[in-house]
Design a protein around this ligand. Structure first.
Ligand code: PGA
Length: 220
């Protein structure tokens, strides 16, 4: 299976940048766009691969101001949704462990692949119900290991550390797909993507530069 290259724009980007990516992005890259750009990008290029950065705990229409359901994201053409990013977990009570499970369920129910982010404390973040869910929906879930010490810092763990943690996650959680995130760029991506237990990378800062992400995509 090809390695996953997933960008996470976070709350960055402009319509001009979306246009630049629509023109020139390598087609094996999945872009985690802010919600506001998703329908626009899809209408311009139906083949553009998009991840949402979150979805609601609610699945049905209702009085949930500000929320966007997994169903809406799926209908807008998202095939992937990032869930439980550490920046959300630390900021929003709504990203509690029990709510993350609801988000996972909604993503999978609506035919998307959930990219579930965990950090060094993955044992605490993956409670027994979540683990049971992962076990039963392995093909629609990807576990993204993003150490807090590596996100946005330029400090990447050693290759042997990344290899060991992802190998451990994979064997503990039924051979689930495991990707690495945290300060990935075009200089370190090859070494990281060459690791057997690494099924892909989740890229923040470097995913906002077309040349960078295209250079990383070549190593997949
Ligand atoms: P970074 O972010 O690549 O800028 O470190 C990764 C992430 O937060 O997913």
């Amino acid at each position: 299976m090809n390695k996953l290259i997933v960008g996470n724009w976070k709350m960055n980007g402009t319509l001009e940048l979306v246009d630049e990516f629509l023109e020139g992005l390598n087609n094996n890259v999945i872009v985690g766009l802010p919600i506001i750009f998703i329908a626009y990008a899809k209408s311009k290029n139906p083949n553009f691969q998009i991840a949402a950065q979150d979805c609601s705990i609610f699945n049905d229409f209702g009085a949930h101001t500000g929320e966007v359901s997994a169903k809406m994201l799926s209908e807008s053409g998202c095939k992937y949704v990032i869930i439980g990013h550490s920046e959300r977990r630390k900021t929003f009570d709504s990203d509690s462990i029990s709510n993350i499970l609801k988000k996972l369920q909604n993503a999978v129910l609506n035919g998307m692949t959930a990219i579930l982010c965990v950090d060094e404390k993955y044992d605490e973040l993956l409670d027994s119900q979540t683990v049971e869910f992962l076990k039963n929906h392995k093909s629609q879930v990807v576990l993204a290991y993003e150490p807090l010490s590596a996100i946005g810092t330029g400090i990447v763990p050693s290759i042997s550390e990344i290899s060991d943690v992802l190998k451990n996650l994979k064997s503990k959680y039924f051979g689930i797909r495991t990707i690495y995130g945290g300060s990935v760029n075009s200089k370190n991506a090859k070494e990281i993507l060459d690791i057997d237990s690494v099924d892909g990378v989740l890229i923040g800062g470097a995913s906002l530069k077309l040349d960078e992400i295209n250079a990383i995509a070549k190593f997949a």
